[in-house]
Design a protein around this ligand. Structure first.
Ligand SMILES: [Zn+2]
Length: 773
C-alpha cells in the first residue's frame, strides 16, 4: 500500500510539472484498466507493478481533473481592466498595508451585463492618492455583504528563476482574479451574512482587535508575534524581526505551522487524558485514551479554524485526523503508513500542496520525528536521557529540513538545532497556549505574561542570530531529492551500516557548483520586476547590477523581493558594481535593500551627491575579457541639470565581438546626442529598449543605428502607462527583429559570447499549465 500511495503522489507531482494541462480521462481510463488485473491477482508479486503503475496514472488523472475544474472558473481576458459591478461577501480577515487593505471577496452576483467574474477574487481597497485617482477607504469587516465596482485582472505574478510563483499560490487558494475597488462609492448592503465560515472570520477579527487593545504596539514590541500565533495574521510581525527568525531557523515557529497545531492537539490530549484517568465516572463511560484523542482532534480543529483555515494548518489537521483514526482503531499501524495515509488525504483534497515548500517541510519534519522519535523518545528513562532524546529529535528534524531549505531559501542556519531545541517547547507549550487563553479570556495579565515569556525568548534568539549562517546556491531538484534520501540514510538507527553513505548523498546539494560564464562571455538577466527595471550582468568572476528595480510599497521593493533572492540562488552575496541609472523609483527603488543585503564594491549612478561615482560617457573597464562601456550621460548633462530620465546611464557590454546595449529610460534627445557623438558605438546585437517602449524614445534613427536582432522590453503586466506603445513596437517589428517582453515572457536571459547572442525566456523554459490562465 505504501508504494501505491507514493506512486499516486508521484503522479500528482508529474502533473504539476506539465507546461500544458492534459486531458484527464485517458489517464483515468489507463489507470482503471491497469487496476483491474492488479486487484484481481494481487497475490502475485509481479502483478504489483501494475498496481503501482495504475496509481501513478490515477494520481496524474486526479490532479488533471481538479485543475481543469479550477481553471474553468476564470476571468475572460476581454473583461480585464474594465469596470464591473459585483455583489458579494468579504470572505476573510482583511490585511492592512501602507496604502490600504487587501481582502478576499466571495462574488455572489455580477450586475454588469454580460460580465463574467470568478467566484473568489482578491481585492485591494486603496486609501489616498494613487495613479491620479483619489481613494477613500471605508472600514471593512469579514462577513459583510457589499456592492462594489471593481477592476480585475487575471492572476499574474513575476516570473524569475528560483522566484516565488505567485500564480501557483493563487491557484492553490482558488483565487482566480485580483483587482481593486473603484471609487464609485461601494455600498454595504448587509452587516453580517450568517454563514459558518464568515462567522469564524468575524471572530478572528475580534481576537486580533482585542490583542491590539490589550497590548498596544508602542509598549509591547512583540504583540504582533502573538497575533500571528493565534489568528495566523503574519503581517502583524514587523519586517526586521523576520531577519532574526531566518538567521536562527525559527521562521516556521512564527506562523501557525503544522508544529503548533500538533503541539496544541497533544497538549489538550494529554491534559484530557490526565483528568480522565483521575475521574472514575468519566473513565467508565469512555476510555481515557479515546477521550484524549477526541480532545486533541477538537483542539486542533478549533485552532485551525481560528487560524483562518489557512492551507498549511489544514494539511496538519488532516494528518492529525488520520493519525488519530489509526490510533483509535487500536490496530498497530506503522508510523510510516499513517504518514502516507495522511499524505494521500492531503493530496486528494489539495493536489497543489506539492508546489509549496511548507508542505515538504512539514512532511519532512514529521517524517523524521516518526522515523527517529518513536524509537528514541519511547525508550528514554530519567531526565538526562529525555533531554538527550529531545536533542536527537531536534537534530533529526533539522537535518530533514536541509534539502528543502537549500532548494527554496538557499540558507541554512547553523545555530538552528540549538535555537529550535529551546524555542519549540517554549513557543508551543507556553507562549501559544497562553496566547490562545488570552484570546478566549481577554484579560491583560494573561496576555502580558505571554508577551513577557516571548520577550525572554527573543533575547535568546537575538543572541543566536549572531551565529553564522550557511549560504549555498540553489541545487538542482535531483540533488535535493538525493539529499532527501541521504537524510533518511543518516537517520538510520545506530549501528546500521552505511550511515556515512548518507552524508555522501548530502554533499551534491550542499556544495552544488553554480554555472558561471566562461572567460570572454557575459550572461545578462533582465529580471521580471513588473513595471521598472532590474538587470544582473555576470562575467566569469564579476557581477554588476544595472538598476535594482522598483519600489512596490512602503514595505517592499524589487531589491529585497527579486534581485537579492535571485543572486542568493546563484550563491552571490557580493557585487562589484551597483549601477543605478537614474533616480526614478521604478529603477532606484530597490537600492537600499540591495545595499543592506549584499556587499557592494562600488556604486555608479546619476543620482548626485552621496550616491557613489557619477556615471559618465567614456568610462570603461574589462572583466574577464568582457568590455563594459558607459555611453551616456555626458559631463555637461549634469551641469545643465536635466530631468532624471535624460541622465539615465547607458551601458554597452561587448563579449567576444557580440554586443548588448542597455538604455534605461533615455529619451529622443539623448538618443540624438549619442548618435551625434558616435553612431557606430551604438551598434549592438541585443537592445534593452529605452523607457519601456514609451513614445518619448526609440526614434527611427536610433533604431537604425543600433540595428539589433533582438530587442528586450522591461514592462509590467497591464501597466497604467500602456507601455510598450503599439507604434513603437511596430517600429522595431518593421526592422525584422525578434521582440521579447518581461510581462509576457518573464525574466529574459541573454548569453553574449563567441557564438553571438543566445536569449531564453523564463516563462518558456519553466512553463506551467496555470501560467497566464
Ligand atoms: Zn523607467
Amino acid at each position: 500500500m505504501r508504494l501505491n500511495i507514493l506512486a499516486f503522489a508521484a503522479g500528482i507531482i508529474a502533473l504539476q510539472m506539465q507546461p500544458e494541462l492534459p486531458a484527464a480521462w485517458p489517464w483515468a481510463l489507463a489507470g482503471l484498466a491497469l487496476a483491474v488485473p492488479a486487484v484481481r491477482w494481487c497475490n502475485v508479486p509481479p502483478v504489483r507493478v501494475l498496481g503501482v503503475l495504475a496509481c501513478l496514472a490515477l494520481g496524474f488523472a486526479w490532479a488533471a481533473w481538479r485543475a481543469d475544474i479550477r481553471l474553468a472558473d476564470a476571468l475572460p481576458a476581454a473583461w480585464e481592466g474594465r469596470d464591473i459591478e459585483v455583489v458579494g461577501v468579504v470572505a476573510a480577515l482583511p490585511q492592512d498595508f501602507s496604502q490600504g487593505s487587501r481582502f478576499e471577496f466571495a462574488v455572489e452576483k455580477v450586475s454588469t451585463v454580460a460580465a463574467v467574474v470568478p467566484q473568489r477574487i482578491m481585492l485591494s481597497w486603496y486609501q489616498g492618492q494613487r495613479d491620479d485617482e483619489e481613494f477613500i477607504r471605508q472600514p471593512l469587516k469579514p462577513g459583510e455583504r457589499w456592492q462594489m465596482t471593481v477592476r480585475l485582472k487575471r492572476p499574474h505574478g513575476n516570473a524569475n528563476p528560483n522566484g516565488f510563483d505567485y500564480e501557483a499560490w493563487l491557484l492553490e487558494r482558488n483565487i482566480r482574479a485580483t483587482g481593486y475597488v473603484r471609487q464609485n462609492p461601494p455600498q454595504r448592503l448587509v452587516e453580517m451574512v450568517w454563514r459558518p465560515d464568515y462567522v469564524v472570520e468575524r471572530l478572528r477579527l475580534g481576537v486580533r482587535d482585542s490583542f491590539t487593545t490589550l497590548l498596544p504596539a508602542e509598549n509591547y514590541p512583540w504583540a504582533g508575534i502573538l497575533v500571528a500565533l493565534v489568528v495566523g495574521d503574519q503581517r502583524a510581525i514587523q519586517g526586521d524581526l523576520w531577519t532574526t527568525f531566518n538567521r536562527t531557523g525559527t521562521t516556521h515557529l512564527m506562523s501557525i505551522s503544522g508544529l503548533h497545531v500538533t503541539m496544541v492537539a497533544a497538549l489538550f490530549g494529554l491534559l484530557t487524558g490526565f483528568v480522565w484517568r483521575r475521574v472514575p465516572t468519566l473513565a467508565l463511560r469512555l476510555p481515557a485514551q479515546r477521550a484524549a484523542l477526541l480532545a486533541g482532534c477538537l483542539a486542533a480543529f478549533f485552532y485551525v479554524l481560528l487560524a483562518g483555515f489557512a492551507v498549511p494548518a489544514q494539511r496538519t489537521l488532516y494528518m492529525l485526523l488520520v493519525a488519530a483514526l489509526a490510533m483509535n482503531s487500536g490496530r498497530v499501524i506503522a508510523p510510516s503508513r499513517t504518514l502516507l495515509l495522511a499524505l494521500l488525504v492531503v493530496l486528494l483534497i489539495d493536489p497543489w500542496a506539492v508546489l509549496a515548500a511548507g508542505f515538504w517541510l512539514s512532511f519532512g519534519a514529521v517524517g523524521a520525528l516518526l522515523y527517529v522519535g518513536s524509537a528514541v523518545v519511547g525508550e528514554a528513562d530519567g531526565w538526562r536521557a529525555r533531554i538527550r532524546s529531545w536533542g536527537v529529535v531536534q537534530w533529526a528534524a533539522t537535518l530533514a529540513s536541509l534539502p528543502v531549505l537549500l532548494l527554496v531559501f538557499q540558507q541554512f542556519s547553523l545555530v538552528s538545532p540549538l535555537a529550535n531545541a529551546v524555542a519549540i517547547p517554549v513557543v508551543s507549550f507556553v507562549i501559544t497556549p497562553l496566547a490562545l487563553l488570552a484570546a478566549v479570556i481577554p484579560w491583560w495579565p494573561i496576555a502580558a505574561l505571554a508577551h513577557a515569556v516571548l520577550g525572554w525568548l527573543m533575547l535568546f534568539l537575538e543572541w543566536c542570530a549572531t551565529w553564522p549562517v550557511w549560504q549555498a546556491p540553489a541545487p538542482p531538484l535531483w540533488a535535493a531529492v538525493v539529499a532527501g534520501i541521504g537524510v533518511a540514510v543518516c537517520l538510520l538507527p545506530r549501528g546500521m551500516p552505511g550511515r556515512l553513505l548518507g552524508v555522501a548523498l548530502l554533499l551534491p546539494a550542499i556544495f552544488w557548483p553554480v554555472a558561471r560564464p566562461p572567460e570572454g562571455e557575459a550572461w545578462i538577466t533582465v529580471l521580471d520586476v513588473g513595471q521598472g527595471l532590474a538587470t544582473v550582468v555576470r562575467t566569469r568572476e564579476h557581477t554588476l547590477i544595472y538598476d535594482p528595480g522598483p519600489l512596490y510599497s512602503a514595505e517592499s521593493d524589487a531589491g529585497q523581493r527579486v534581485v537579492v533572492p535571485y543572486l542568493r540562488s546563484l550563491g552571490i552575496d557580493a557585487v562589484d558594481v551597483l549601477m543605478v541609472t537614474h533616480r526614478d523609483s521604478d529603477h532606484a527603488g530597490g537600492m537600499a535593500s540591495v545595499q543592506s543585503a549584499l556587499a557592494v564594491g562600488k556604486v555608479l549612478s546619476s543620482l548626485g551627491e552621496g550616491a557613489g561615482e557619477p556615471c559618465r560617457n567614456g568610462q570603461n573597464w574589462t572583466w574577464n575579457g568582457v568590455r563594459l562601456t558607459v555611453l551616456h550621460p555626458a559631463a555637461d548633462d549634469y551641469a545643465e541639470k536635466r530631468k532624471s530620465n535624460n541622465l539615465s546611464c547607458v551601458l554597452r557590454i561587448e563579449a567576444s565581438g557580440t554586443r548588448m546595449l542597455l538604455t534605461s529610460d533615455i529619451e529622443a534627445r539623448d538618443e540624438a546626442a549619442m548618435l551625434q557623438r558616435d553612431p557606430a558605438a551604438l551598434a549592438a546585437d541585443v537592445l534593452l529598449v529605452p523607457h519601456h517602449g514609451s513614445r518619448t524614445s526609440s526614434t527611427p534613427e536610433f533604431i537604425a543605428a543600433v540595428a539589433a536582432k533582438d530587442v528586450l522590453i522591461p514592462v509590467g503586466y497591464r501597466n497604467r502607462f500602456g507601455h510598450p506603445k503599439a507604434d513603437v513596437v511596430e517600429r522595431y517589428g518593421a526592422a525584422g527583429t525578434r521582440l521579447w517582453r518581461t510581462d509576457r515572457d518573464g525574466a529574459l536571459r541573454v548569453e553574449l559570447g563567441t557564438n553571438g547572442a543566445g536569449i531564453a525566456a523564463w516563462r518558456d523554459e519553466r512553463r506551467r499549465y496555470w501560467h497566464g490562465r
